[in-house]
Design a protein around this ligand. Structure first.
Ligand SMILES: [Zn+2]
Length: 255
């Protein structure tokens, strides 16, 4: 959609800031693939599979997410929870946008805390909740870093990306009464942020989220009956970098 595309370009890619930036890293715990749901619910040794390579990739997307958030925060577009970075001040703000991303009391930069959901079917963080002035509402972003070749080649985002954004959007609309106008899956390039690619989905996507909840129930039922759980990936190549279960599904084929 052109409106969203020009918004991302102007607010993110072309926005200039003097801010030196602060970097923090977080992981993501959303498990949409049936096998991930299965492994997640039986707690199958994910920690042992976290190699240096995976840690490296996870840290990079964590840093990129913080840079993106900081950029929107400086423009006053980012919505959510904040804590003043000045320890002596330490004021917190809930469910709000801060002009310039600055603490109202002391003028220090405020640190953005991603919204965390702990719903029966969805545990995870919302990458960015961004006000779109032209559309007078909020866009819920799922951010991913991808290398340039993947961005140029791939036509559709991973279903898990859309599920994630839809779950966040639905819960924000239901619990916070936020005026959510759409969901965006945004892939930014590495090592450079361009090219980027995004997919825009109008609305909160509650049907996508309800489908996901149903899948969690199905997986639980199948596990209880001892049936096979099929995953999203057909080959080891399909395994997304942020899935900790590649080796569980593909054994030694997975590097
Ligand atoms: Zn302050």
């Amino acid at each position: 959609m052109d409106t969203v595309d020009s918004f991302i370009t102007s607010s993110l890619m072309e926005y200039e800031s003097e801010d030196a930036g602060r970097h923090f890293s977080f992981g993501s715990s959303f498990n949409p693939c049936p096998r991930q749901v299965m492994y997640g619910s039986v707690g199958n040794g994910a920690k042992a599979k976290l190699t240096f390579y995976k840690r490296y990739r996870k840290s990079i997307i964590g840093v990129i997410r913080k840079v993106v958030q900081r950029t929107w925060a400086r423009q006053g577009l980012l919505w959510g929870d904040w804590r003043c970075a000045d320890l002596k001040c330490g004021v917190t703000y809930q469910n709000s946008r801060l002009e310039g991303g600055i603490c109202i009391r002391c003028g220090s930069p405020a640190q953005y805390s991603e919204k965390i959901f702990d719903d029966p079917g969805f545990r995870g963080r919302c990458d960015a909740i961004v006000f779109h002035p032209g559309m007078d509402g909020y866009l819920i972003f799922k951010l991913k870093s991808r290398n340039t070749n993947v961005i140029l080649r791939v036509e559709e985002p991973y279903p898990s990306d859309v599920c994630h954004a839809s779950a966040c959007a639905t819960l924000l609309a239901r619990e916070k009464w936020l005026r959510v106008i759409g969901r965006v899956v945004l892939w930014v390039g590495t090592p450079k942020p361009v090219p980027y690619k995004h997919w825009y989905y109008p609305g909160i996507g509650d049907e996508v989220y309800e489908d996901f909840l149903q899948r969690v129930q199905e997986v639980s039922g199948k596990m209880a009956r001892g049936e096979e759980i099929k995953g999203f990936c057909y080959t080891a190549e399909d395994v997304p970098y942020n899935c900790p279960y590649g080796k569980n599904c593909f054994g030694e084929d997975f590097v």
